[in-house]
Structures are given as C-alpha cells and as structure tokens.
Ligand binder design. Sequence first.
Ligand SMILES: O=C(O)[C@H](O)[C@@H](O)[C@H](O)[C@H](O)CO
Ligand SMILES: [Zn+2]
Length: 284
Amino acid sequence: MSSIKIECVLPENCRCGESPVWEAATNSLLFVDIPARKVGRWDSLSKRVQYVTVDAPVSSVAIRKSGGYVATIGTKFCALNWDNHSTAILATVDTDKKNNRFNDGKVDPAGRYFAGTMAEETAPAVLERHQGALYSLFPNHHVEKYFDQVDISNGLDWSLDHKIFYYIDSLSYSVDAFDYDLQTGKIANRRSVYKLEKEEQIPDGMCIDVEGKLWVACYNGGRVIRLDPETGKRLQTVKLPVENTTSCCFGGKDYSEMFVTTAQDGLTSECVMKQPEAGGIFKV
Ligand SMILES: O=C(O)[C@H](O)[C@@H](O)[C@H](O)[C@H](O)CO
Ligand SMILES: [Zn+2]
C-alpha cells in the first residue's frame, strides 16, 4: 500500500463540519457546518470558500439535477439557490417533535434524498434517545418514512449494484445493511455488517469506494476506517490529527482523493490547543 498523505486543506474550525459532497462540475467540495447554520463551497482550484447562511441547523447538502442544491435544514427538506442565497421548503418531517432536527443525508441513484433525524444534542452524543426517524424525499416531493426509534441518524450509502443500503444509527455502534429496491425505494431485512471496537468510538458519516468497501468516519476516534461489508472485517485505519472526524467522501481529480470533515464542538479549550486543525477539512 502506498503511503498516505493527510493535509488540512481548509483550516476552517467548523463547529460541526459534515456532509462533504464533491461537485465535479465546479471542482468544489460542498459541506455544512451544522450548528453554525452554514453551507460551504470550497473551490479546490482557487482554494476559496463561499458560504450561504440559512435560518436553522443545516445537516446535509446534495446536488440538485435541476440546478442549485437541496439541503436538510432543521426538520425541512429544502431547495437551496446558491446565487441569491434563498431556500424553498420542499417538505417538513417530525412536525410533532419540536426538539428534532435532520442529521446526515444523501441522494440515492434514482434521485431520492434519504435523511434521518435526531433530537438536538446538549453535548456531542448527549440527547434524548429514540426520537429520530429515517425518511426519503422522492423526486415528486413525496416523503417516505422508513422507521423510527433512531438515536442519531447518520452515515448512509448504497452498494455499487444499488441492491444494498448501508446505514448508521451512531449510538448502536454498528454499521447496518438493508436489501434495497432501487425501483421502489423500499428497504428490508436489516442486519449488522460491522460493530465498532471501543477505540473506534462513535460511527458517524460514511461513503463507499469503487471496490464496494465502506469508509466510516469515527467521531471522537480521530480516524476513518475501511470495512469489507461482506466479511465484516476492518481492512484499514487512517488516523487524522484531530479527534472529531465526522464524515468522508471521494472527490478531486478522478475521485482519487478523500475529503474528511471534522468538528470542534465538544472539545475543551485545552484540546483545541492540542488540535488546532479541529473543525478543518482534510484531504487524504
Ligand atoms: O455530525 C453528526 O452527525 C452529528 O450531528 C454530530 O452531532 C455527531 O455525530 C455526534 O455528536 C456524535 O455522535
Ligand atoms: Zn454525521
């Protein structure tokens, strides 16, 4: 294995950086800072970053086929117009749960925006349990609810043949799989494919690579791990110089680079001194 280079490409000190998404058309990385209520777009060529501030915690962002973006803001699926900074509500979930917000989200290969919810945290991973649910927004704006009783709805992705949906509820310390029907968007047959080891801490965001292996960012664990969902074995650990690694995606030229978002919230000022890049965005 060739040696791995890790570099902080955006020393932003995000409170909770999340949802990295590569936008090939602009050579940019999209991301959010959830509590700061900001969506960022970092141009990898000019190295400049632009922000759009929204009116509630923004937990995920995705590219919209018809132009602009979609984002999960508070408990709403929204369209986001980058040019005039406006948002338009497409659907609202968890209307009976005033303390809930969306967390991680991603679009399936048929254009359904999957995202789950959680109760707002009082500190990282400290929250009222079982308040969240998993939803998807169909291209026709129909909302499907899959299940509830979720603690912290987090990383998600699909297998390369689109027949499996991978999902993380952080406080289960497990990476789960479901059978996936791309035609209907239905999921079935939940099972665990990997249980985190103690030092790996809390599973957060996730993505899949071209070999069908999963990469999971470990919150508080300062690492991303590569898993084989078929054997349930960990194949690789990549450690980062900050503790709160939140999510990862592939991007850059030929998608040969991995971007990792991180968080600063929850670190004591002493920890921040030891990890000055906490909250930055890293390139692996
Ligand atoms: O990044 C996220 O997905 C959450 O919004 C965070 O708050 C952390 O995951 C959580 O604190 C650790 O479990
Ligand atoms: Zn997350």
